[in-house]
Design a protein around this ligand. Structure first.
Ligand SMILES: [Zn+2]
Length: 318
């Protein structure tokens, strides 16, 4: 049984036909106009119709969208970058598509793909942190995606790690998103450059002076080159993520933590401080079995694969 997966991102909409083994057999991509809700719906409808015309045997379509989705997998409560507020997205699509449809949070879809076909495939309990511009999360408990009673469970980016800490886009303060995201890494890199512009922060300060401001690629280039200043910023970031993971372990007790998103491309450089901080903050240290910390395996297509598989599973259970 094949299903269609659609991943609505801030800059593009990606779609594909996905097999039961998680293989993409057809793929499409269009740019997103994030400010225009109607245009996004039109683009999704067109993409599903096009993919279905080529693969008439698909049994369902799953849509992964950013933001908070309800437990019935039909309404988007809130999306930060697209003007959706209590948007009945499934109903809007169902009016125009004669196919079983499900809507899921994009980080949940990516996490599900990682659990089924990627770095979490050998575990029954997996926690994923997606470290992009912000921090996304997905939780698998005993082989099931945790959605929570209202559908918004697993929003791990808004776990509070610092009481009265930095203000977050969600309206609260001290969320891990402000300490463990790509945006936070840039802030930390700038702080290293400010603190010691002729010493450890020199390469960062020089690059900032040349560029006008530091970008994510600048920091990752310096990390790959082994620059001490960039590594110090990454260690600080990893320290916060490790602390958050220790708190998450108390509740979820996963066998594996999967780190995904652009910042996770740093690989072992990131995993090392995460593991260290995790162990330092873990209750019953030394007596608690240690979970694995690994980097996500499905880098670009996880949202498409996960959305399709969730839709397929949902259709099969009907
Ligand atoms: Zn927050």
């Amino acid at each position: 049984m094949q299903a269609i997966g659609i991943d609505i991102g801030g800059t593009k909409i990606a779609g594909g036909v996905v097999t039961e083994l998680g293989e993409i057999v057809a793929e499409r991509r269009v740019p997103t106009d994030a400010g225009d809700s109607g245009a996004i719906v039109d683009a999704v409808v067109e993409m599903v119709r096009g993919l279905r015309a080529e693969h008439p045997d698909v049994v369902a379509a799953g849509v992964a969208a950013p933001g908070f989705i309800d437990a019935a997998q039909s309404t988007v409560y809130y999306t930060p970058n697209i003007p959706w507020r209590n948007e009945p997205l499934r109903a809007r699509l169902a009016e125009r598509l004669d196919l079983p449809l499900t809507i899921d949070n994009d980080a949940n879809a990516a996490g599900w793909a990682e659990f089924r076909f990627g770095a979490g495939r050998l575990a029954s309990d997996m926690t994923m942190l997606t470290i992009g511009t912000g921090v996304g999360g997905a939780v698998i408990v005993q082989d099931r995606l945790l959605r929570g009673g209202f559908g918004t469970g697993g929003e791990l980016g808004h776990l509070r790690v610092v009481p009265d800490g930095l203000p977050c886009g969600c309206g609260a303060r001290g969320c891990i998103e402000q300490y463990g995201s790509g945006r936070a890494l840039l802030r930390m890199a700038n702080e290293v450059a400010d603190a010691d512009p002729t010493g450890v922060g020199r390469a960062l300060a020089d690059l900032r002076a040349t560029r006008g401001e530091l970008g994510g690629h600048d920091v990752s280039d310096l990390l790959q080159a082994g620059d001490e200043g960039a590594l110090a910023a990454l260690r600080e970031l990893g320290g916060w993520l490790g602390q958050a993971a220790a708190s998450l372990s108390v509740v979820l007790d996963p066998q594996v933590f999967v780190l995904g998103g652009g910042v996770a491309q740093a690989g072992e450089l990131l995993l090392e401080p995460v593991r260290e901080a995790y162990l330092a903050h873990l209750p019953a240290r030394g007596y608690h079995p240690e979970p694995e910390f690994v980097i996500a395996e499905l880098v670009n297509d996880a949202g498409v694969v996960g959305a399709a598989d969730l839709a397929r599973v949902h259709a099969a259970a009907r």
